[in-house]
Design a binder for this molecule. Sequence first.
Ligand SMILES: Cc1cc2nc3c(=O)[nH]c(=O)nc-3n(C[C@H](O)[C@H](O)[C@H](O)COP(=O)(O)OP(=O)(O)OC[C@H]3O[C@@H](n4cnc5c(N)ncnc54)[C@H](O)[C@@H]3O)c2cc1C
Length: 395
Amino acid sequence: MVETYDVVIAGGAIMGSSVAYFLKKELGFAGSVLVVEKDPTYARSATMLSAASIRQQFTTPENIRLSQFGIEVIRSLKDRFGADADIGFHEKGYLTLASAAGEPILRANHAIQLAEGSDIELIDPAEIARRWPYMSTEGVALAAYGRSGEGWFDAWMWLDMIRKAAKSAGAAYAHAAVVGVTTAADRVTSVTLSDGREIACGTFVDAAGPAAGDVAKLAGIELPVEPRKRFVYVVHCREEVAGLPMLIDGTAVASGVYIRPEGQYFICGVSPDEATDGRADDDDFDVDYSLFDDLIWPALATRIPAFEALKLVRAWAGHYDFHTFDHNAVIGRHPTLSNFVFCNGFSGHGIQQGPGAGRGVAELIVHGEYRSIDLSVFGYDRLLAGRPVVEANII
Ligand SMILES: Cc1cc2nc3c(=O)[nH]c(=O)nc-3n(C[C@H](O)[C@H](O)[C@H](O)COP(=O)(O)OP(=O)(O)OC[C@H]3O[C@@H](n4cnc5c(N)ncnc54)[C@H](O)[C@@H]3O)c2cc1C
């Protein structure tokens, strides 16, 4: 017998659960919603393996607005999710360092952030040395710092809270993989699950993270989203480095290395060399320790000499939901297969944008249009038109 749901969502991590939550809870969608998740432990999801940080320091207005809504949700957790809601949020700024060559770009980016109402200030090397005296300002011409609206949180608490709220508002979750998508004319008619069930649907949402391109292919759609490996290193420092923000070192001294506190430890990483970056095998979660020894540690020790005394505690690899076309999200309906909806390709900034993207997709389904943030800039049609979204701050 064919079961029927009004909305079927492939993937139940931050994107799938946010879509389900906004549909059933905040927008009061009366129809039925099924979230199909192949691994309910989420152990290998991008959501669980992320650095779980949120920033305003983007350069695309829509990216800033999505993250501002993320902050709005974090600030209203108890109203939205109940008195016990907590995600361990630390509201601390990103400190983005720029060299003389990068200074004009940092200033231009800052102007966009200010125009969007973000609380970001520019500070010079003397001020950096005053606030963080353990930090060398070698090679730094200017920095941007988030006075509020930025920070980090616990990825599992974030996902678990939204997923539970979606369930209690009436969304059903199935433990299975979507293995087939049947289409007729301009519509998805049903999906086939790995347990053999066939589910007819009114709308199908692709929220499969790094596997989103594979799921789209089941419907005959080319979506250039693929898994790309990124490493997170957990380190301990026996010398005190107090009050460190999320440091993004964009100077030649450290070529994109980031570090932030994580409890008694720090976590750090770096964007890979584009020339060697490529699609990861689905089961490849091996860590490259040489990246830490050869690049990250020396860079950190140059910027913060106390980090000479770092000790690597552990490390993990996660897969970015990497959009090869322009490293930004694809959100919205497919132009011809009109009930196929994308919520994909966030490329390293998706955990903070889950609520904003989930609300946008839910609005499209319920109202047929965006009612809060206009996300049409992220539509699939830009791929067909060869019109990339240019976001200068991709980490
Ligand atoms: C190392 C690392 C650091 C990051 N740091 C940050 C950060 O600091 N800030 C930030 O905002 N973002 C960060 N990100 C990015 C962010 O984690 C992702 O953009 C976001 O979590 C994507 O959410 P998602 O739900 O789309 O994908 P996922 O979390 O990967 O979830 C997809 C789900 O779909 C399921 N699935 C896949 N295929 C199928 C199928 N066929 N059928 C059913 N289910 C399926 C998977 O099991 C999975 O649970 C980071 C990512 C990584 C890897």
